[in-house]
Design a protein around this ligand. Structure first.
Ligand SMILES: O=P(O)(O)OC[C@H]1O[C@H](O)[C@H](O)[C@@H](O)[C@@H]1O
Length: 300
């Protein structure tokens, strides 16, 4: 569908506009008195969320790819129906197949609270069934207001049970990674992917001084990114997850990744609301599962 048609069907004057963005991809610009946001229909991905008077909370790489078949580096990518490498080792893409294809615009609305709600979706096709042989409806509700509220709803529309892992693989913008910490994971056991997946216990807050790639178990529903350089805290509230991932590529991987600047490791931190590792979600025919992440700024 072209942008003119999308604006006719789903545009909201002064608040929701569809236009051509990087790589010719359709972007949704959302503007409310409380915040602005930019959402890519490709990958169904929020790329920017800027509360009024604040800097963006999301990191978006200046070297990100904007093309069919590729993931966009930054914002809030959706990993689904698996998180991490192909769980069956069949060579299918890491983090699943919905972060590199166009989604459908299902609806847009101004809510009674003066927020903007955008609903995007994907359903199975012959092509997705070649990759993953299940019938599904995947819906993402994006509410832009005083917080950025994301809900990912997986419905099993087939006749057999299926299992998923998934993530809001969100890239947060930080002022200086060496002055940033994550609170809320104290005492959690984590899988340390940069140390042969050894299981360790988190002592105190998480700080970053080298490559970090961890899956935390049995997390609470509140995490806080304390960013001293930007003098702000980002609060992450979640529902539906027992795990969370913290990732920073540090120097070497940042330099090796073609879609990151060498120094980007200083400016980004992924704190991901996940169903990962043993946090596998089984969904029976006709049933649905909701994963929710809510991001807001608290001034430091
Ligand atoms: O570069 P991407 O495919 O987006 O993945 C970036 C990172 O995502 C997650 O956080 C994983 O835990 C990491 O192992 C992975 O390297």
């Amino acid at each position: 569908m072209n942008n003119e048609q999308l604006n006719a069907d789903h545009g909201i004057a002064g608040q929701v506009e569809f236009s051509e963005g990087n790589g010719g991809l359709t972007m949704i610009q959302v503007s409310t008195p409380k915040a602005k946001a930019l959402i890519s229909i490709h990958a169904g991905q929020v790329l920017s969320y800027q509360p009024s008077g604040e800097e963006d909370i999301l990191f978006l790489s200046s070297k990100a790819y904007y093309q069919d078949g590729k993931a966009i580096k930054g914002g809030a990518p959706i990993c689904w129906p698996w998180f991490g490498p192909d769980p069956e080792g069949k060579g299918r893409p890491g983090h699943g197949f919905v972060r590199n294809r166009p989604w459908n615009v299902l609806s847009t609305e101004a809510t009674p609270d003066d927020d903007i709600k955008i609903t995007l979706g994907l359903t199975d096709t012959p092509e997705t069934r070649e990759i993953w042989p299940h019938a599904f409806e995947l819906t993402q509700e994006i509410v832009v207001g005083d917080s950025l509220n994301l809900t990912l709803i997986t419905r099993n529309t087939g006749s057999e049970l299926f299992s998923i892992t998934q993530a809001f693989h969100t890239y947060f913008k930080v002022g200086d990674i060496t002055q940033t910490s994550v609170m809320g994971l104290q005492d959690c056991i984590y899988i340390d992917k940069v140390n042969s997946s050894a299981e360790k216990k988190q002592e105190g807050v998480v700080t970053i001084a080298s490559e970090v790639d961890r899956i935390y178990h049995d997390v609470s529903n509140t995490m806080i990114i304390d960013d001293k350089a930007l003098n702000r805290c980002i609060q992450i509230l979640s529902q539906g997850n027992k795990t969370a991932v913290v990732w920073n590529p540090w120097k070497k991987i940042s330099a090796e990744m073609a879609d990151l600047e060498d120094a980007d490791y200083k400016r980004l931190l992924c704190v991901e609301t996940t169903n990962a590792a043993s946090d596998v979600i089984a969904i029976a025919p006709g049933q649905e599962f909701r994963l929710v992440a809510d991001y807001s700024v608290m001034k430091g």
